[in-house]
Design a protein around this ligand. Structure first.
Ligand SMILES: [Zn+2]
Length: 333
């Protein structure tokens, strides 16, 4: 029981190495061995790329494996460590949280060595991998019941220098949206632990319900752009085409930009992500299903804004988020 989290290979070796991050066993399960790829080309940026933080967001693990394929021919300096699946138990179950302990990996960082399996994964990543990187990209997809544009996301960071560097790094993905997301539920996020260690951390999001070739191509182009900006690979960064346009906007969203369902029922979206709306424009309709005499309820834009995310048409409880709007980032560090 004295085993500590560790790597089962020499990650300092030059060139390509492969092995595992060993998460020690606990009372609830045997040790986990998370496959890791590392490419060490000497001096330069030190990047960690992770996927599969949430088990029902599978673009990230696919993209991480693509990266492992093209990186050996492209990377000219520095070290890139790729961990395609942070939480194999959740990925195997296509579940946001870990089925074994019910925990959301992205809310238990920095983890606990003597905790349940999700906490032990976070502990192993925080103590073994994070110190090896200066920059972290955590590849998410916002979950399967949302439309969400390809976006590089961060949260407000108290340290203004780290905030400025993080926003610049997020913008370097050249995805349609760079987002500074202010919300109250940041305790235990991977982001926060990495930022507390002084790392630049960018979380990418891309929702749409299904994993599709077009979306993956945009996501991959963004990741390649970011690696170019770091100087790890050569090439000319370009904005990928999304909905027939090539563009990038830097936006912010606050808790008050979250639109909630006024009652339980089926939510019908009436607009698309990246639509520009003004006060009173129709965002969607809530159809109560408990009685045929209940009127449909219009959900309207609170003000001039961009539709950032919209629920893809599901049955929701009352007071559940069905859309998020955003506005151009005002305060730049
Ligand atoms: Zn996620």
């Amino acid at each position: 029981m004295n085993e500590v989290p560790h790597l089962d290979f020499d990650i300092e070796a030059h060139g390509i190495s492969r092995g595992h991050l060993i998460v020690p066993k606990g009372a609830d399960c045997d040790p986990l061995a998370l496959p890791i790829f590392s490419l060490n080309q000497g001096e330069g940026p030190r990047l960690l790329v992770t996927g599969g933080n949430h088990g029902n967001e599978l673009e990230g693990p696919i993209l991480a494996r693509r990266l492992i394929k093209w990186l050996p021919e492209a990377q000219t300096c520095g070290r890139v460590i790729v961990l395609p699946v942070l939480n194999p138990l959740a990925v195997q179950a296509w579940s946001r949280n870990t089925p074994l302990d019910g925990l959301n990996l992205n809310r238990v960082f920095p983890g606990r060595a003597d905790g349940s399996v999700t906490e032990r994964i976070a502990d192993a990543v925080s103590r073994v991998l994070l110190p090896m990187a200066d920059t972290v990209f955590d590849l998410h997809s916002f979950g399967p019941t949302w439309y969400f544009p390809p976006a590089a996301v961060t949260h407000p960071i108290a340290n203004p220098d780290l905030m400025a560097r993080t926003v610049r790094m997020a913008e370097a993905f050249r995805l349609p949206v760079t987002l500074v997301w202010q919300h109250d539920d940041t305790a235990g996020m991977f982001d926060v632990t990495a930022q507390n260690q002084g790392k630049v951390f960018v979380c990418t999001e891309f929702g749409g319900g299904t994993v599709g070739a077009d979306n993956l191509a945009i996501y991959e182009a963004g990741l390649r752009n970011a690696l170019m900006a770091l100087g790890l690979v050569e090439g000319k960064a370009e904005y990928p085409t999304f909905r027939h346009r090539s563009f990038g906007q830097t936006l912010e969203t606050h808790p008050s930009d979250e639109l909630k369902s006024p009652a339980s029922g089926i939510f019908e979206p009436r607009c698309s992500v990246m639509d520009e709306v003004k006060e009173g424009d129709l965002i969607g309709i809530l159809h109560p299903m408990d009685s045929l005499s209940s009127e449909d309820i219009d959900i309207r834009a609170p003000g001039t804004s961009t539709v950032l995310a919209i629920s893809s048409g599901v049955h929701v409880d009352a007071n559940t988020a069905v859309a998020f709007v955003a506005r151009p980032l005002k305060v730049r560090q």
